[in-house]
Design a protein around this ligand. Sequence first.
Ligand SMILES: Cc1ncc(COP(=O)(O)O)c(C=O)c1O
Length: 386
Amino acid sequence: MTTIPLNDLQRMYAAYGDKLDQTALDVLRSGWWLNGPRNKAFCEAFAGYLGVGHFIGLANGTDALEIVLRVLLEKALRSGSVEQTATRTADAYEVITVANAGGYTSTACYLVGCTPVYADIEPESQLLSIPSAVAALSGKTVAVVATHLYGGLIDVPALRRAMNDAGYAHVPIVEDCAQAHGLKGASGTAGTFGDIATFSFYPTKNLGALGDGGGVATSDADLNGSVRRLQQYGWGDKYNIVAAGGRNSRLDELQAAFLSVLLSDLDSSNARRVSVLDAYEKAAPVGLQIVRSRIGTVAHLAVIQTGHREQLKEYLKTHGVATDIHYPVLDCDQPGWGDRPKRIGPSGLDVSRVSVNRILTLPCFPTMTEEEVARVCNALSAFTPR
Ligand SMILES: Cc1ncc(COP(=O)(O)O)c(C=O)c1O
């Protein structure tokens, strides 16, 4: 029996082979591999697809989070919405996020000198709990990061309203869309609901490059300008540094060209992912709950919750189904950050702490065959907890 993998990018390449080969050859022969027309074309196309004014291609999604948080911190300091401390002590500035989303936002917080503040999550969707996020707001809050985890939609307009009602209309919302390319909500596409959004094009993402890639979407002209400056050494124009805190992070021409090819099929590949999730949901017996946002999903990952995770994992292994855990350790419990500042929001992390031991990721990718989906479904429906 062959094992059904969690993902299989060889199949993706096989499906696009000729187009991707030709694209690569065109880029290589052009002699223009950075800051060129392919980057520009992809960024314009993706901004248009999302419905935002600007998209800035970067080297990866973690850079996107880091640069965005740096921009927002500088903006908050300039406007006085957070208090400038003489030494910029480690816990002076805070970013509200969740603890179950793989550590990317926390990494960016530590890179820019902000303290991550962990809000709890909703049990069914595993997404940021809006009341918990609002309860964690303070005079130190630089931003709230809403991660559309597993491809599930957070109701960002509702989060905005709740923050405004609590007196925090000035605090920006960052949407982390690394797992949510093409996710549609009632009034648009994820990445357009907050003030600014970050994306990763890591190969397994819903829109994935053939290497690293990432970027930032925003319709705010000032934020766009600030991100562009920090992305390239702090340059205002060439060799002219007008902002401190700059670095170098670029989406190269090869990856941009590949992404342009793959963007045209994003909606259909998202639909295929969602059909796999639907099938699992139908097949799952009582006691196995599919994690799902009821207001929208692009099924980046198919995650199931069970009180019998070890048993289910072993059982699926013997039935030839690969599994993984996204993510096995909460950010606040990561040993490498033991001595780093952090704060648990006032609502606590009860749901996050229970869920981290219940989640299990099943195969879900657009090139899965019907036969593979049926095999996973049959295995799920025949599972009996001990
Ligand atoms: C939710 C989330 N945010 C951020 C990132 C970081 O992206 P990258 O791996 O491109 O740095 C990832 C991906 O890996 C992610 O899943």
